[in-house]
Design a protein around this ligand. Structure first.
Ligand code: MRU
Length: 365
């Protein structure tokens, strides 16, 4: 069955007896989809980063539960299914929060058929919630951009971002991109500085692609350029995404985010995190000590991927083959370096008291 890409574009949608996802390893060169209808394939697309980005990993994982139950012989298999999915990628907490929610809701069922049907209803709800949560992040973040434009109306608002926390990391809208797209739609001139984000180049490959799709002016920069631009008054605000935010506001995001926050502090550039509430880990406080950081293959550092002049995908070695490499996926930006958290319930300071004001239901945890 031919895969039809939805409009407006989504990163994941139901297709045939499963789902289709955009294969993010092929962007920006090719818009190719991958069909997924088993638990094993779901885990594979998460591990291989066919899909990536904290909210999208969680939505894909949720479909994995449904596929797993469809393949199961007893409702007791749920524990094994959840265990397998939980072991796919460790840092983004959305996956764990979503699987905990699913586990809790499915515990009401004994009958496998009923459990399976309910899991499908639930994952559909989770996907639609993600779309709405991201839209709201944009509603709350838009006034920040409007205010910067009022202060400096003679040039576009220059926003620096790292990695891809756009629609490609979610279902639709994205987190950092939601206020940007809403500002752009409203006619506020914006320009995005896009960190290339070594080693996997999510900025160069993905953020540039989706900004191009939306017609948002942007410039690609190497990861080390941001500090210089900030010193020369070329950045009005940094907005980055998050993979896990502790209840005190410490934020794990793609490796290199911390260095941008340090440069922003030194240059009085406001530094904001855009996050859905599903990215908050209410069980952790000290991000540096408590957040598990993913370490990935050294090949991602030693080789770069791209399309050559013959339009063929090619992998190029950029160091001596014997040189060892270290590939730490994320770092933690301490809350003291963060000026605010743009959430689906509003903007708050990066501290426990203000986060709890927005999310009082987590007060007792
Ligand atoms: O390794 P990735 O590409 O999954 O890392 C993604 C990020 O760090 C994003 O900034 C984060 O998940 C937010 S996506 C809305």
């Amino acid at each position: 069955m031919e895969i039809i890409i939805p409009k407006p574009l989504r990163t994941l949608w139901e297709h045939d007896d499963g789902i289709a996802v955009i294969d993010q390893r092929k962007l920006p060169h090719e818009l190719v989809c991958e069909k997924v209808n088993t638990l094993d394939k779901t885990i594979w697309i998460i591990k291989e980063m066919v899909v990536r980005g904290a909210p999208l990993i969680a939505c894909a994982g949720a479909y994995g539960v449904y596929f797993g139950l469809r393949e199961a012989t007893s409702s007791d298999d749920l524990n094994t299914i959840l265990y397998k999915i939980r072991n796919s990628r460790p840092t983004a907490v959305n996956l764990f929060n979503t699987l905990d929610r699913i586990e809790k809701e499915l515990s009401k069922f004994q009958d496998l058929k009923e459990m399976t049907q309910y899991s499908l209803d639930l994952v559909r709800l989770i996907v639609e919630e993600d779309v709405e949560i991201c839209r709201k992040i944009g509603v709350h973040g838009l006034p920040l951009i409007e205010e910067l434009h009022r202060k400096n109306p003679n040039r576009p608002v220059n926003i620096l971002t790292h990695c891809n926390a756009g629609m490609l990391g979610c279902i639709e809208w994205g987190t950092i991109s939601s206020p940007i797209y809403q500002a752009h739609k409203k006619g506020i001139p914006v320009h995005v500085w896009v960190d290339e984000t070594r080693p996997r180049n999510q900025g160069a490959n993905l953020t540039t692609w989706e900004l191009t799709q939306h017609g948002v002016p942007h410039t690609l920069i190497v990861d080390n350029t941001g500090g210089h631009l900030m010193q020369h008054n070329q950045v009005d605000i940094c907005i980055v995404g998050a993979d896990r935010v502790t209840r005190t506001g410490d934020t794990a995001n793609k490796i290199g985010t911390y260095l941008k926050a340090l440069a922003a502090k030194d240059n009085n550039v406001p530094f904001y995190i855009a996050l859905p509430s599903t990215t908050i880990d209410w069980n952790s406080k000290d991000g540096v000590k408590e957040i598990e950081i993913e370490e990935r293959s050294q090949d991602e550092v030693k080789y770069v991927w791209g399309k050559n002049d013959e339009q063929k995908f090619e992998r190029i070695l950029i160091c001596p083959e014997t040189t060892p490499a270290l590939n730490i996926g994320f770092d933690v930006t301490p809350s003291r370096l963060i000026d605010g958290l743009i959430t689906d319930r509003g903007i708050c300071a990066a501290n426990e008291k203000d986060l709890l004001n927005l999310f009082p239901e987590n007060n007792l945890k």
